[in-house]
Ligand binder design. Structure first.
Ligand SMILES: [Zn+2]
Length: 370
């Protein structure tokens, strides 16, 4: 009966928006019964918010977010570094948008506490996490069928799959419609040669390259601002450590309030922290300075898409083809259907390849060579 009463009590408290468990990272349990049940942990709450913002920005992947946050001092309640899995769980937790999800009772209630993350940032993070899950599956795909699922059936619009022929002769890979539409099946080498020819046709025009450079410079400025923020945070940290070092020296040399052994211990530890903070601040300062190098590389990528694709690793091939044609391509008896290039590539002159045509999002008119 007591257990039952406890469960009822918990359910009732949750429905009033009260957090009834140990506080999640970034919060502390409130001791008072009036007011919010969770209060932001002044040290960790800003770091949790930062984790969401960094990941939502798309500029850092999960391991980079973890590295950055650990560097900024984020630790678990037991003072340990966060694992990749706990960061993942944190990024999935609706508590940070102020909700209480009780999986046990399949309920979700608005909490009585302040969220640490805005709804829109949270949604961006969820979308990125789901997309990454999908990418993982893709990387494990057969390297001999790089265009699988990137191509769609011209008749029924289903993503094409790949298989190996089971004939008497040597097995060869081919693409075909999962629903078995007629005339769609084709040998992988034929499809890939046609695709390579399409890539060959993507040629940047000089005036558009200048525009492209402007776009990259703009993205670079955003990245710079991020690095600058990091640098400031680590310099601040270095400053704090320096002050602590001074305090330890005073305690030992002037006040004589600590013994020699503690002094050496603390001093070594603090010097180590100082070196780390200074190093990271310097790294952040030097990062992203080679924008000309980056632009030269981008120009190279844009002008040599066909060669790059041909020589890329399977995972990079998929990345490149999706970057060039974000919506994939349709494949039918006449070859590729209308190709929608990415907005970066809509800035490029595209020559006609076979029976394919290239269309651009509204606002860009691609040039056609006769
Ligand atoms: Zn089909």
């Amino acid at each position: 009966m007591k257990a039952e009463r406890t469960v009822l009590g918990m359910k009732e408290a949750i429905s009033r928006g009260r957090w009834v468990w140990a506080a999640p990272l970034g919060y502390r349990n409130s001791r008072s019964h009036s007011g919010p049940s969770l209060i932001p942990d002044p040290e960790r709450a800003p770091l949790v918010t930062k984790a969401f913002e960094l990941y939502a920005s798309g500029l850092s992947d999960r391991s980079q977010v973890l590295e950055t946050l650990t560097g900024l001092g984020l630790r678990s309640r037991h003072g340990k570094r966060l694992s990749a899995q706990s960061l993942h769980n944190l990024l999935r937790n609706v508590v940070y948008v102020g909700r209480i999800k009780a999986a046990r009772w399949k309920t979700e209630h608005a909490g009585d506490f302040a969220p640490l993350v805005s709804e829109s940032v949270f949604l961006q993070v969820q979308a990125r996490l789901s997309a990454q899950g999908r990418d993982k599956g893709r990387v494990a795909d057969d390297p001999r069928l790089p265009l699988r699922r990137f191509l769609r059936c011209a008749r029924c619009d289903t993503p094409l799959t790949g298989s190996y022929s089971t004939g008497r002769s040597k097995k060869y890979p081919y693409y075909h419609c999962r629903r078995g539409c007629k005339g769609i099946s084709a040998r992988a080498n034929v499809v890939e040669m046609t695709f390579a020819a399409l890539l060959q046709g993507l040629q940047p025009r000089p005036e558009y390259l200048r525009l492209f450079n402007a776009v990259v410079l703009d993205a670079w400025k955003t990245e710079r601002a991020h690095a600058e923020e990091m640098r400031a945070a680590y310099e601040q940290r270095a400053e704090d450590v320096r002050r602590n070092l001074q305090r330890v020296e005073d305690a030992f040399l002037i006040d004589r309030s600590i013994d020699e052994r503690s002094y050496w211990d603390m001093r070594d530890r603090l010097r180590e922290q100082l070196a780390l903070a200074e190093m990271t601040a310097t790294e952040a300062r030097n990062e992203h300075l080679d924008v000309e190098g980056v632009l030269a590389f981008a120009e190279h990528v844009l002008g040599n898409a066909a060669a790059l694709w041909a020589n890329a690793s399977p995972a990079n091939r998929r990345q490149l083809q999706t970057a060039l044609f974000p919506k994939g391509l349709s494949w039918g008896p006449d070859g590729f259907g209308t190709a929608v290039t990415s907005s970066a590539f809509s800035l490029f002159e595209v020559s006609k390849v076979g029976k394919s045509r290239v269309a651009s999002p509204p606002g860009f008119e691609p040039g056609f060579q006769p």
